[in-house]
Structure formats: structure tokens, C-alpha cells
Design a protein around this ligand. Structure first.
Ligand code: SAM
Length: 296
């Protein structure tokens, strides 16, 4: 466990270097033929060294056998073996039923997915998170709440979507993804056309991808990726004005002077509890952008 949750401060401080990393977060070898393609992808997180304190380690050890999925990783920490298939059969074996499955990408401390699992025992929930402390807190919530419909997988989420059985998911949630504010880091934002393709494949017809962000520039990014994503319709019902050019870190104030256009977004998803990320956005006076993209 050599990495820790990127707190909102550290994520938003954005002090990472612009490197292409392997699935394990280490700089990928750049020499010709020195890495397979899936090792060279740009990932949406950086690894930091850390350890769990004794109490959290104990909680992890107690709860992991029931709630932490073992996903083949092809020998690469946080990765998913491209030959593995995440199927309805796997879900039936792990959850013990055929209930609808909702997946949250980047669950942080697990507040949302644990609250949803407690509220709705007839739905299965899967939390995807890379950082040990976030996984540990989610395991703790699952154990304390006896949330037998919740599982956690500690994987780089896009890699799991790449191996999912088509049409198997009810919903996908991505709330307050790491903003990667510097222009040169926008490519690290987790909402990307390739993930949109894989999420679309994994959703049943009529299933939805719910996204929320408090960063206007990320909202523009979501519209750019998703409003034209093949097979999705934007279910939004409210009109929101956004600058139509990107601004980088420290430059957000300039957005007001840029040309604006109207975009369609959703009302706040009432299935979402208020986490620190949303609260901090509200306290800072930022608009919360909610999106609902329906697979058709
Ligand atoms: C800003 S936090 C938001 C957490 C939570 N959704 C909330 O609203 O409180 C973003 C989370 O996404 C996780 N994350 C980033 N990239 C990820 C990836 N590729 N796979 C899984 N989790 C990822 C980070 O570790 C972090 O915990």
C-alpha cells in the first residue's frame, strides 16, 4: 500500500509533473518497444507514498475478505488484466444475485456509494477507487453498515470498463472528478472519449452516466466530450451559460470576458449526498454542474 488518497487540496494544488505514467503510476519507459500500449496511457491520478495507520489497517484486514473484489491485474498494481472479463456471471458469483449494478468511478471516502447502498438494498453497487485511504474508509463503511450489496475494487477505473460485458450496468456515477486545472493536464481528466465509448458499451439501453463538477472549465470539457459522444443523449433540462474557451489554472477569472454559450445540464441529482468536494465548491460560490447522459 504505497500510495495515498489525493486530498482535494493536493489534487487541486495540482503539483504533479506532466508525465505519461504506467498503470502503476510510475513513469512509463519511453524507449521504442519498451512498454506495451496499455502501460503507456495517461492516467487521471498520481501515486503518492503513504501507509494506513494501525486502526485503518485493522479495519481493512477485517472487511476486505467480504467487500474488496480481487480483480486480476496482470502483475501491475491498480491495473486490470486485459484478458479478464467483468461479466454478469462474475457479479452473480460475487454479489450472490442478479440485481441491477451501479458503478461509481472515483468514490473518494465512499460517502455516496455507501449511502446509496444503505438506501437501496435491492441494487448492487461497485466502488472504484485507487487510493488506499479512500478504499479503507469505504471498506469501513461497508463493514459497519453491513452493506452486503456493496463491493470495492481498487483499480484504475477505465481499465475495468474496457473489459466489461456489454449492457450489464444500470448507471455509472462520476462525482467531482479531479479537476486537473493546468491546460497541459486537461488530457488527464477522467472524462474522455475512450471512456465514454466504454461506459456506453457497459450501460444497458436507457442506462445513464451521471457526472457532477464544481469547476466551470471541467463542465465545458464534459460538454465537449459528451454532448457529441456517439450513442448518448443529454437528458439535461436546465440551461447553463459557460465560456466556450478553456482557461487554465490561475486564469479562471478570465472566463467572464470570453464568449459564452448556453448548454443543457441537469438538476442536482437527489441521490447524491453532500461530500466535502461539493461543499467546498458551494462555499467558494462556484456553480455545481450536474449532467445526465442516457445511453440510447
Ligand atoms: C476529487 S475526488 C472526489 C471523490 C468523491 N467522488 C466525492 O465527490 O467526494 C476524485 C477521486 O477520484 C479518484 N480517481 C482518480 N482517478 C481515478 C481512476 N483512474 N480510477 C479510480 N479512481 C480514480 C481519486 O483517487 C479521488 O479519490
Amino acid at each position: 500500500m504505497a500510495h495515498e488518497a489525493e486530498t482535494d487540496e493536493s489534487a487541486r494544488a495540482d503539483e504533479t509533473r506532466d508525465v505519461v505514467t504506467g498503470a502503476d503510476g510510475a513513469p512509463a519507459p519511453q524507449g521504442e518497444g519498451s512498454a506495451e500500449p496499455f502501460q503507456r496511457r495517461v492516467v487521471s491520478f498520481v501515486r503518492r507514498s503513504s501507509h494506513l495507520d494501525d486502526r485503518m489497517q485493522r479495519m481493512w484486514d477485517e472487511n476486505a475478505p467480504e467487500f474488496l473484489l480481487s480483480i486480476p491485474n496482470g502483475g501491475r498494481d491498480l491495473s486490470v488484466d486485459p484478458d479478464f472479463r467483468f461479466t454478469t456471471g462474475f457479479v452473480r458469483r460475487e454479489w450472490g444475485n442478479d440485481h441491477p449494478l451501479i458503478v461509481e468511478i472515483g468514490t473518494g471516502q465512499g460517502e455516496n456509494i455507501a449511502a446509496a447502498a444503505a438506501r437501496d438494498p435491492q441494487t448492487n453497487y461497485l466502488a472504484l477507487e485507487v487510493y488506499d485511504p479512500g478504499v479503507a474508509h469505504t471498506l469501513l463503511k461497508a463493514g459497519n453498515g453491513k452493506l452486503h450489496n456493496l463491493r470495492i475494487a481498487q483499480v484504475n477505473a477505465p481499465e475495468l470498463f474496457a473489459v466489461m460485458e456489454p449492457g450489464m450496468l444500470e448507471e455509472v456515477w462520476t462525482f467531482f472528478p479531479d479537476p486537473w486545472p493546468k491546460m497541459k493536464h486537461h488530457k488527464r481528466r477522467i472524462v474522455q472519449p475512450a471512456l465514454a465509448h466504454d461506459v456506453h458499451e457497459a450501460l444497458r439501453a436507457g442506462g445513464v452516466w451521471r457526472i457532477a463538477t464544481d469547476i466551470d472549465d471541467y463542465a465545458l470539457h464534459v460538454h465537449e466530450v459528451m454532448d457529441s459522444a456517439p450513442g448518448f443523449v443529454n437528458d439535461g433540462t436546465r440551461e447553463v451559460s459557460l465560456a466556450v474557451e478553456h482557461v487554465g489554472k490561475g486564469d479562471a477569472g478570465r472566463a467572464a470576458e470570453l464568449p459564452h454559450a448556453m448548454f443543457r445540464e441537469s438538476e442536482r441529482f437527489d441521490g447524491r449526498v453532500l461530500t466535502n468536494f461539493e461543499r467546498k465548491g458551494l462555499d467558494a460560490g462556484r456553480t455545481i454542474h450536474d449532467f445526465t447522459y442516457r445511453a440510447v
